[in-house]
Design a protein around this ligand. Structure first.
Ligand code: KIV
Length: 263
C-alpha cells in the first residue's frame, strides 16, 4: 500500500483495480490490516463479533465513535469508513446531526448508510452538507428483525430490478461508493455495471469492484457461525486457544517465567 486513498482515487479504481476493504474495531487490528487494505470499515458488526450480541441493532453512535477513534489512531494512513448505527438516520435531520457528530469527533473519511432508494433523501442531505457517504444495498443487517432473518437478495426478477434502482438512486444521491451484501452474483454484477461508482461486495460474488470481509470472520476468530461467503484465511480461534492453553500450562507447571523473562 502507498499513501492513503481519497474519494477520487477510490472512484477511479472502478474498472482498474478491485478495492480491498476489511473491518477493524480497534487500533491494534487497524494497524495490522492497514498495510493491505484500501479502506477500513468500522462496521456495526462490532456489536456481534466484539460485543457478543446476536445482531447489529443495539450498537450506539457513541460506541461507533469510540471504535472509529481507535481505528483512526491505529491506522492514520488509511481511508476509514464509519457505519451509522441502526436508528441514527431515520430522517434527514437526525442523520445530519449524527453524521456531523461522527465527523466532528473522529477523523473518519465517510459514513456508511444501509438502504437503497428509500434512503436517497438522507444520503443527498448528508452529501450536500459535506459528509461523504458509502451506500449499502442488498441484504441489510440492520433490517434483520424487520425482515425476520438474513435473506439473500436478487433471487427474483423483481428483486433484480429493485436492486438496480437502489444502486442508481444511491449514486444519484451523491454516494461515492457502495457496499452490496448477500446478493446473487449475477445480480450484483448487473448492479456494478449499472453505476459509475465502485460497488464493493460481501457475499455478492466476484464480478463487483471490490470485496469487504469482517476481520474476525476472515481470521477465523468468530466461532458463533460462519456464513457461506466467509473464507477463513487463518484458523485464528484454534491458534489463540492453543497459545493460551500453552501459557496456562506453563504457569501451572511454573515453566514460565524462566530467567529470560525475569528482572
Ligand atoms: O458492519 C459491517 O461490518 C458491515 C459489513 C458486513 C459490510 O456493514
Amino acid at each position: 500500500m502507498g499513501k492513503k486513498l481519497t474519494i477520487s482515487s477510490i472512484q477511479k479504481a472502478k474498472g482498474q483495480k478491485p478495492l480491498v476493504m476489511i473491518t477493524a474495531y480497534d487500533a491494534l487490528f487497524a494497524k495490522l490490516v492497514q498495510e493491505s487494505a484500501d479502506m477500513i470499515l468500522v462496521g456495526d458488526s462490532l456489536n456481534m463479533s466484539f460485543a457478543g450480541k446476536s445482531d447489529t441493532l443495539s450498537a450506539t453512535l457513541e460506541q461507533m465513535i469510540y471504535h472509529t477513534n481507535a481505528v483512526c489512531q491505529g491506522a492514520n494512513e488509511s481511508f476509514v469508513v464509519c457505519d451509522m448505527p441502526f436508528g441514527t438516520y431515520t430522517n434527514k435531520k437526525d442523520a445530519l446531526k449524527n453524521a456531523l457528530k461522527v465527523f466532528q469527533e473522529t477523523s473518519a473519511d465517510c459514513v456508511k448508510i444501509e438502504g437503497g432508494k428509500e434512503k436517497s433523501d438522507v444520503i443527498k442531505h448528508l452529501t450536500c452538507n459535506g459528509i461523504a457517504v458509502c451506500g449499502h444495498i442488498g441484504l441489510l443487517p440492520q433490517s434483520v428483525r424487520g425482515e425476520g432473518g438474513y435473506k439473500v437478495k436478487g433471487r427474483t426478477e423483481e428483486e433484480r430490478k429493485a436492486l438496480i434502482k437502489d444502486a442508481k438512486a444511491v449514486e444519484k444521491a451523491g454516494a461515492f461508493c457502495m457496499v452490496i451484501e448477500g446478493t446473487k452474483a449475477d445480480v450484483a454484477k448487473a448492479v456494478a455495471e449499472s453505476v459509475a461508482i465502485p460497488v464493493i461486495g460481501i457475499g455478492a460474488g466476484k464480478d463487483v469492484d471490490g470485496q469487504v470481509l469482517v476481520f474476525s470472520d476472515m481470521l477465523g476468530l468468530f466461532e458463533a457461525f460462519t456464513p457461506k461467503f466467509v473464507k477463513k484465511y487463518l484458523d485464528g480461534a484454534t491458534l489463540v486457544k492453543e497459545a493460551v492453553a500453552k501459557y496456562a500450562d506453563e504457569v501451572e507447571t511454573k515453566a514460565f517465567p524462566t530467567e529470560a523473562y525475569t528482572y
